[in-house]
Write a protein that binds this ligand. Sequence first.
Ligand SMILES: NC(=O)c1ccc[n+]([C@@H]2O[C@H](COP(=O)([O-])OP(=O)(O)OC[C@H]3O[C@@H](n4cnc5c(N)ncnc54)[C@H](OP(=O)(O)O)[C@@H]3O)[C@@H](O)[C@H]2O)c1
Length: 250
Amino acid sequence: MYNPFSLQGKTVLVTGASSGIGQQIAISVTKMGAKVVITARNKERLLATYEQLVAEGHQWVLADLAKEEEIKNLVNAVPKLDGVVHSAGIIQPFPIKFLKKKNFEPIQSINYNAILLLTAALLSNKKINRQASFVFLSSIASQYPYKGAATYASTKAAIEAFAKVLAVEHSSKGIRSNCLSPGMVKTAMYEQTEQAVGAKKMSAYIEQYPLGVGTPEDIANATIFLLSDASKWINGITIRLDGGLLAGMH
Ligand SMILES: NC(=O)c1ccc[n+]([C@@H]2O[C@H](COP(=O)([O-])OP(=O)(O)OC[C@H]3O[C@@H](n4cnc5c(N)ncnc54)[C@H](OP(=O)(O)O)[C@@H]3O)[C@@H](O)[C@H]2O)c1
């Protein structure tokens, strides 16, 4: 049957696969025929994802992506890849006047440094096949920020720029690089944001979403598209997934 969205024959690395969006992406891409290598730090939760993968031949690797040595170990462990999805990320709200290096180094190391170091190591170790597709998780906060998002929004904006440079540098090999920019999605990060801003403020914010908040499946479906040959002419862009939230804002 004709299916341009099939991932049959592709091998995909998914970071942040122990929770939320990364977990769902790992499961969904195996439903579309891909083999996956899943990674995160928490063994129990990563194995819970592994158990939900469809078919055989997948791999799991524990790695703290804030540590360069563990990025190197991960790169050594992976086979040649047709796709890389970088979903690992954290959120840590800080008002700008309280920012200190020790506050923003942890978020910078996972949301920004890890992406650059992992991508560089995969490319230099020849682990990326021709026609491969990179997908990075940004956030609507990069373009439409909120109070306290200085570190989070700026790391996401930096990744959108990085993804474009990757697209420019590697398109001669058919390698593509794009970002997904979700609004609020129901995951552990959602609960964390709710705790930080309070339930009342959160529900007022959520009411503004014309189609409600997103689900991990919504993000996984867009990822399938970007990993598949159906998107082979799409390179160096960011796709916004927000259920129409920003369309109505002026
Ligand atoms: N949820 C939302 O509303 C939303 C909206 C826009 C964008 N995003 C973006 O989407 C991505 C996924 O978010 P989510 O909601 O799925 O978050 P989540 O449920 O909190 O999952 C975060 C993932 O990142 C991994 N991780 C964190 N620090 C790590 C480290 N040092 N090394 C390796 N892995 C690490 C965690 O695994 P371990 O703890 O096992 O290491 C976990 O698998 C993030 O980049 C986030 O910024 C989320």
